[in-house]
Design a protein around this ligand. Structure first.
Ligand SMILES: Cc1cc2nc3c(=O)[nH]c(=O)nc-3n(C[C@H](O)[C@H](O)[C@H](O)COP(=O)(O)O)c2cc1C
Length: 384
């Protein structure tokens, strides 16, 4: 038989910890976020369905995207016990620049559709965190605007080679003058991938006012208010566009681009040149042979050729062929993770995405028994 009594106030009081509820609504939303999937959930509520799907989705049946994510469930860590890991160092050096974290924000198009401050918000958050920001040719802020709001950030520019080569050269000149350090040439986009969610949603840029979008405005009034009361969407590099994403891609991009184009680009760009979208050992070798300083193994987040390889799975083979950290990469590009943050809470949301990833990296280093990124090698990780 348990004997019960009434608790005294003095015993009860220390258990009552009133939660501080932030007054700022964005801060309040973000205070409940602990992981990238938490940010994704909020993002899905904050923006119109077609915008969320454009960001979240991939090509055709999205098999590449699912396989790429599943590959990360195959990662198996092999921690080393009993090392002093009191001060984990998450920094790494890429082309002579010291990066606070071993990732950069990936170039993404139409970013102002996700949040009205778009690239400017992301670039400011990147600068604050000491993370490199990449601006896309299809970005919705100009080369110079991004440089002006994030003068101290390490910035990269991403180029799609256009049918009009002279216009491409012009962009390189502007990026160089504005202090962008490296050039990413995306090579997985001879034509646009078939993004079925966009097709079904009838996504256009900017979103057209149709009965469906007008209805949506009732559900996402803040997003629509911000879209309509800020500068109309225009691009880093192109003139205004009205039409679907697929139409834009297929008008702008040049399916005749070959490795021979790397040579004129190499001559036109004095800084580091990386080919983004390499997926085979042979292409990695060819990239190096044609004077590229680096490659990004990527399937464009599964948004181009569906059933393309899972980057993590081909990484060790490619790293063996052309250079090596752990399974092989020196650093990586992060796309959707920061975009979920942007949709969930603008600049603060991007900052939160970066700090979630940063904390995960620091804790993983510590639990692996490793003090710094540079100490990582293949003894720490394998694929099951
Ligand atoms: C919404 C969105 C737009 C993108 N736009 C571009 C682009 O304009 N140029 C480019 O080279 N890659 C683009 N990408 C691909 C990213 O740079 C990156 O390769 C990809 O997002 C990485 O996968 P993750 O989103 O799972 O991190 C885009 C990706 C997303 C999600």
């Amino acid at each position: 038989m348990v004997r019960r009594r009434l608790p005294r106030w003095s015993e009860f009081e220390p258990l009552l910890r009133p939660e501080r509820i932030p007054l700022n609504p964005t801060e309040r939303r973000l205070s409940r976020v602990h992981t990238i999937p938490d940010l994704r959930k909020i993002a899905a509520r904050r923006v119109p369905r077609a915008v969320f799907d454009y960001t979240d989705g991939a090509a055709e049946r999205e098999i590449s995207l699912r396989r790429a994510r599943n590959a990360f469930t195959r990662v198996e860590f092999h921690p080393q016990a009993l090392h002093d890991v009191s001060n984990p160092d998450t920094s790494t050096t890429v082309f002579g620049e010291r990066w606070a974290l071993p990732f950069a924000l990936a170039p993404t198009g139409f970013t102002r559709m996700m949040h009205h401050e778009g690239e400017l918000a992301a670039a400011r958050a990147a600068q604050q965190a000491g993370v490199t920001f990449s601006l896309s040719t299809m970005g919705t802020a100009s080369i110079e605007e991004v440089a002006a709001v994030a003068p101290d950030a390490d910035k990269w520019f991403q180029l799609y080679v256009w049918k009009d080569r002279a216009a491409g050269k012009d962009l390189l000149e502007r990026a160089r003058t504005a202090g962008y350090k490296a050039l990413l040439l995306t090579v997985d986009t001879p034509v646009g991938g078939a993004r079925m969610r966009d097709v079904r949603n009838g996504l256009t840029v900017p979103p057209a006012l149709t009965p469906a979008t007008v209805l949506d405005a009732a559900i996402h009034p803040a997003w629509w208010f911000n879209l309509l009361t800020t500068e109309p969407l225009s691009f880093a590099s192109l003139h205004e566009w009205r039409g679907t994403v697929a139409e834009l891609v297929n008008t702008m991009f040049d399916p005749t681009v070959t490795f021979a184009d790397i040579e004129w680009l190499r001559a036109a760009w004095p800084g580091p040149l990386l080919l983004k979208g390499i997926q085979t050992v042979a292409d990695a070798r060819a990239a190096v042979d044609h004077g590229a300083d680096g490659i990004v193994i990527s399937t464009h987040g599964g948004r181009q050729l569906d059933r393309a390889v899972a980057p993590l799975e081909v990484l060790p083979r490619i790293a063996d062929a052309v250079a090596a950290l752990a399974l092989g990469a020196r650093a990586c590009l992060v796309g959707r993770a920061f975009l979920y943050g942007l949709m969930a809470g603008g600049e603060r949301g991007v900052g939160q995405a970066i700090s979630i990833l940063g904390e995960e990296i620091a804790r993983t280093l510590q639990l692996l028994g490793v003090r710094s990124i540079g100490e990582l090698n293949r003894s720490h990780v394998s694929l099951r």
